[in-house]
Design a protein around this ligand. Sequence first.
Ligand SMILES: Cc1cc2nc3c(=O)[nH]c(=O)nc-3n(C[C@H](O)[C@H](O)[C@H](O)COP(=O)(O)OP(=O)(O)OC[C@H]3O[C@@H](n4cnc5c(N)ncnc54)[C@H](O)[C@@H]3O)c2cc1C
Length: 385
Amino acid sequence: MDFEFTEEQKIIRDTIQRLVVKQIEPLLKEYPPDRALPKEACLRIVRLVKPLGVLAARLPAEEGGSGLGNVGAGIIAEAVPYEALSPVSATQVVCLRVSLGGNDALKKRIIPPLLAGEKLGATANTEPDVGSDPRAIATKATPDGNEYVINGTKIWSSNGSVSDILLVVASLGKDQQGRNLITPLVVERDVSPYEATEIAIMGVKQAHLSEISLRDCRVPRENLLSGAVGHAHRILTASWISQRPLFGLCCVRVARKAFETSVSYAKDRRQFGKPIASFQLIQSMLAEMDTMVEASRLLCYRALSLVDKGEWCSRESSMAKYFAAESALKVTSMAVEIHGAYGISQEFLVEKLYRDARVIAFADGTSEIQKLIVGREITGIRAFT
Ligand SMILES: Cc1cc2nc3c(=O)[nH]c(=O)nc-3n(C[C@H](O)[C@H](O)[C@H](O)COP(=O)(O)OP(=O)(O)OC[C@H]3O[C@@H](n4cnc5c(N)ncnc54)[C@H](O)[C@@H]3O)c2cc1C
């Protein structure tokens, strides 16, 4: 058992940490803190991190894979602010799903411009009435000659409004048992336009979360991920298993910042003639925060290393996301507590971290859903319905 990064991974960690401080954080400061970044900023960010191989982290070598792997992608997710990571990770997921289910022609057309940082990707599963239960997706893909005609509304699509390539999960109707035949389709915005509007959110306000409207949106038949008719679950599950610990590491980043800020505040702030860090009850909170950050981090990297080994790790992946998300909520709340009333002031970082944790915790499934997945893996019984 080895809890250390390899030498190569340490180089990636040091490189991304330098990049964040020298280029990514200053870039974020160029734009209003309370509005989604313009597309040009998203593209700049993608191009900054591209040389590290993050967009191609999870692709096979013959499709341009960088060999960075899931642990490598995790190192980047832990280092980059969520606002900047969001366009990168949405684009990366589109590459992964097209690689998992696309035919050769589709892969050759879609993946290279995404890897080159010329285009941005987004996924669109969630709908106004369909969240945790993707099997109920109502957006329709109707065959018409050599095309599918897509109609429906999607919501909470990360990167949706700035995307060039949208991976839409739609229904092709019902099978004989009445099951919804859902499938992912690639929509290329320049040939098959869709409307996207920004949703104002409480945290990570520079990130894009969009509502998307697909009205008679026509895509060629070959844009349906091949072999995926009614088997979207295979592609979605494979990408969720590797993606969830990455969101877990986004939570770790937020929680660690809240913890570190709280340690220095507690050493500076004096009450009853002493630094508040000298009170046992404050140290108790700091100890809990530190433990939650470390435990979350270890769970996330363990899940990612299992994915890299090709092991089935739905339990470990959901456990990691669930624990990291809940820990970030608790740690940021304790950070506000330690700051007293200053913790709710917009002048202090912990106010933002508290809101950010609340937003990121929902990405790729709520904690209840993660627990139900873990429960299913433990017992073999589905308790979702
Ligand atoms: C930052 C962020 C990024 C996102 N990015 C994307 C994206 O790129 N693409 C995309 O398609 N979607 C995206 N989403 C949407 C996200 O996947 C959904 O918000 C999530 O799956 C939950 O769906 P919902 O919000 O509709 O909640 P609902 O499913 O309506 O759930 C509401 C509540 O009911 C609970 N609940 C639901 N079912 C059960 C059950 N069976 N048992 C117990 N409790 C249950 C939930 O845990 C929750 O507490 C994103 C969301 C966020 C916040």
